[in-house]
Design a protein around this ligand. Structure first.
Ligand code: A3P
Length: 315
C-alpha cells in the first residue's frame, strides 16, 4: 500500500483521464457478481489477490466505500509512524520503496503483478481495502495479522456514496436520488451490497484478531477511538500524541491538504464529514424501508450498537 501521496494523486489523475475515453456502461466490470471500476482494478487482479500472503504484523484496514476509509487510513498511518518513530530518512526510504514498487492505495487496485511486488515492502505494511471477507485471501484469516473493520450508518453511507457516484467520473452516475436509492438497497453498486458486507463482517466480530470501530464513535470522541485502535494494534504512544494526531486528521485539516494528498479526487472525497446528512435526502418511505432492511440484517448486533443506529438513524 502507499503512504506516497504523490503517487495516489498520480493514480487518480490517470484514472480520471482514462475514463474520459470509456462509455458509461463500460466503466465497471463484474467479478463474481460484483461491480468494480475498470480504471482502477481488473478481474485478473482480483483473481491474483487470492494467493496474497498476509504477514503477522500487517495492519489491515477494511471499510465499505464511503464509510470513512481515507480518514481511518490517515489516522492509522499517523498512529503507526508515531509508534515506530521512523526518522525522516527512514520515512523517505519507505516512500521511495513504495514508489519503486508502484504501489496502489487499495489492495484491490492496480495490476495483478503488484501482489508479488508487495512481498518486497518493509514491515509494517498498512493494507486498506473495501472488500467483504469472502473476497479476501485466506491468509488474512489464517495467520496472525490484525484486521480493523470500519462501519458507518447506512443512511449517511448511502448519501455519501450517491455524491461519489455522481461526481467521480470512474463510477456510473444516477439521474436521481430515488433511482440511486433503489440501487443502494439492492446492492447494485461498486463493491456490492452494504448489507452483505456488514453481515459477513459481523459474523467475525468475536474473533480476537478483528476489531470493529464506527465512523460515529470516531466523530464523537476521536481521541478515545484512536486509543482503542492503538491498543488493538499494540502501538505505544504518549498522551500528547493523540490530540496532536486528532488535529492533524480533522476533516478541515485533511480537506485543506487534499489537493496535495488526493489530487483531483480531493474535492470530491472531502464533502461534509458529518453524521446525519441523510435527513436532507431520505423520504419518509425510504427511511422506513432502510429501517426495515437494517432491522432484518443487523438489528441487535454488536455492530449496530457500535454505529448507534438507534440514536443517529432515528427519524
Ligand atoms: P461525506 O461524503 O458524508 O462527507 P471514504 O474515505 O470511505 O471514501 O469515505 C468518505 C467519507 O468520509 C466522506 O463523507 C468524507 O467527507 C468523510 N471524511 C473524510 N475525511 C474525514 C475526516 N477527517 N473526518 C470526518 N469525515 C471524513
Amino acid at each position: 500500500m502507499t503512504t506516497n501521496r504523490e503517487r495516489v494523486a498520480e493514480i487518480m489523475e490517470k484514472a480520471f483521464s482514462e475514463c474520459e475515453k470509456i462509455a458509461p456502461e463500460d466503466l465497471q466490470f463484474s467479478y463474481k457478481g460484483i461491480f468494480y471500476p475498470i480504471t482502477l482494478s481488473s478481474p485478473e487482479t482480483l483473481e491474483a489477490l487470492k494467493s496474497f500472503e498476509a504477514r503477522s504484523d500487517d495492519v489491515i484496514l477494511i471499510g465499505y466505500p464511503k464509510t470513512g476509509t481515507n480518514w481511518l487510513d490517515e489516522i492509522v498511518r499517523e498512529l503507526e509512524s508515531s509508534d515506530a518513530k521512523y526518522t525522516e530518512e527512514e520515512m523517505k526510504e519507505r516512500i521511495n520503496v513504495e514508489k519503486e514498487l508502484q504501489m496502489f492505495p487499495r489492495l484491490e487496485f492496480g495490476d495483478p503483478g503488484k501482489f508479488e511486488r508487495m512481498k518486497k515492502l518493509p514491515s509494517r505494511r498498512i493494507i486498506v481495502t473495501h472488500l467483504a471477507p469472502h473476497f479476501l485471501p485466506q491468509s488474512f484469516f489464517q495467520g496472525k495479522a490484525k484486521i480493523l473493520v470500519l462501519a458507518r450508518n447506512p443512511k449517511d453511507t448511502a448519501v455519501s456514496y450517491y455524491h461519489f457516484n455522481n461526481n467521480l467520473p470512474m463510477l456510473p452516475s444516477f439521474s436521481s436520488w430515488d433511482e440511486y436509492f433503489a440501487a443502494f438497497m439492492n446492492g447494485r453498486l461498486g463493491w456490492g451490497s452494504y448489507f452483505d458486507h456488514l453481515v459477513e463482517w459481523n459474523k467475525r466480530i468475536d474473533n480476537e484478531r478483528i476489531m470493529m470501530i464506527s465512523y460515529e464513535e470516531l466523530k464523537e470522541n476521536q481521541v478515545e477511538g484512536m486509543k482503542k485502535i492503538a491498543s488493538f494494534f499494540g502501538f505505544s504512544l504518549t498522551e500528547e500524541d493523540f490530540p496532536r494526531i486528532a488535529k492533524k486528521t480533522s476533516f478541515q485539516a485533511m480537506k485543506e491538504k487534499s489537493k496535495e494528498t488526493h489530487g483531483k479526487l480531493g474535492n470530491i472525497l472531502f464533502r461534509k464529514g458529518v453524521v446525519g446528512n441523510w435527513r436532507d435526502y431520505f423520504s419518509k418511505a425510504q427511511n422506513e424501508e432502510m429501517d426495515r432492511k437494517f432491522h432484518d440484517c443487523l438489528s441487535g448486533t454488536k455492530l449496530a450498537a457500535r454505529m448507534k443506529y438507534d440514536v443517529y438513524c432515528k427519524a
